[in-house]
Design a protein around this ligand. Structure first.
Ligand code: GLV
Ligand code: GLV
Length: 319
């Protein structure tokens, strides 16, 4: 009977799919799993279903053993997986693209509107009993009308955010991507910009690139300087894409209007000073966190495991 180790608790629907196949399934803790618990847990398994908090490298695959066939990541991003080490060991790796696109785009828009309209700051003020009188200048926010949205990374999620803001809010959308897509530009009225140009032009900048060696600190101290005083930065991709220490300085000095972050450079830790700032909104990596989407992610990850264990090519193979 094939053995499967799921590194953390995931929605039951995915666990059930695997159990219904008759697999011997064990599941890690609800919270943090230590490296030792991970190495013990994977011992002798044919499949690992990993959560993005676990780094799955050669040491973990070796601890599993030579029978290991697949690591199915419960996430669209897979910077926690060592693809080279997997290739050397003939282990396949998969992710969960597609199902979370709309959900992540929705959270991105939520953050964009919330930072522009100072929703969190205003809520704190009202709760604290500070609302004494209606004011013509009380909590003035940023405008969306006639403003420009800059998308960095026009993948599925970046495009879904562009569509929402263009169709729903009539914003002009510019984008930067390593691959320019002229067909998509023409079809949807998007305009291409080089990254530095986009940063200096956009009123809202939203990051949607994968985390790789090339995108680590893509938004560094130099590039943060290009952003306008009145502009906002939103990140629902991966924390290390921004130099968070430099961002804290820029926000402290009010060199940009604000930032809304769902991901952090040293997650779950926050850069010192970040949480004290009023011109930032922070959420705990929940952009894909709806009941429906997290269930679908569990099903997709489980189905990838099942395909690999049945000798088929899993649907969401990472190449
Ligand atoms: C979440 O961050 C994911 O990559 O799915
Ligand atoms: C990211 O992988 C995306 O789907 O945009």
């Amino acid at each position: 009977m094939p053995k499967v180790f799921i590194t953390r608790q995931i929605p039951e629907i995915g666990i059930k799919l695997l159990k219904d196949k008759g697999y011997d399934v064990s599941v890690g803790p609800e919270g943090k799993i230590s490296k030792q618990e991970l190495l013990d847990g994977v011992k002798g398994v044919d499949a690992i279903l990993s959560v993005l908090t676990e780094k799955i490298d050669g040491s973990v695959m070796d601890a599993a053993g030579q029978q290991l066939k697949i690591v199915a990541n419960y996430a669209v991003g897979y910077n926690n997986l060592d693809l080279e080490a997997a290739k050397e060991r003939k282990v396949v790796m998969t992710n969960t693209p597609g199902v979370l696109t709309d959900t992540v785009a929705d959270h991105t828009v939520t953050l964009l509107l919330s930072i522009a309209r100072r929703v969190v700051e205003a809520d704190k003020y009202t709760r604290a009993g500070q609302y004494q009188i209606w004011g013509p200048k009380l909590f003035l926010g940023g405008d969306l009308v006639d403003k420009v949205l800059g998308i960095v990374g026009l993948g599925r999620i970046g495009f879904a955010v562009a569509e929402r803001m263009k169709k729903g809010f009539n914003m002009k959308v510019i984008y930067y991507d390593i691959k320019r897509n002229q067909a998509l530009e023409e079809k949807h009225g998007l305009e291409y910009r080089e990254l530095d140009q986009l940063l200096s032009e956009a009123d809202f900048i939203s990051l949607h690139t994968a985390l790789t060696d090339e995108t680590r600190h893509l938004i560094n101290a130099e590039r943060l300087k290009l952003i306008k005083l009145t502009s906002y930065l939103i990140n629902t991709s991966r924390g290390p894409i921004i130099d968070e220490k430099a961002l804290v300085e820029v926000l402290k000095d009010k060199k940009i209007a604000g930032a809304a972050l769902d991901v952090f450079e040293k997650e779950p830790e926050l850069m010192p000073g970040l949480a004290k700032l009023d011109n930032v909104i922070i959420t705990p990596h929940i952009a894909s966190a709806t009941k429906g989407t997290r269930n679908k992610m569990a099903q997709i990850a489980a189905n990838n495991v099942i395909a690999a264990l049945e000798g088929e090519t899993p649907p969401n193979l990472i190449k």
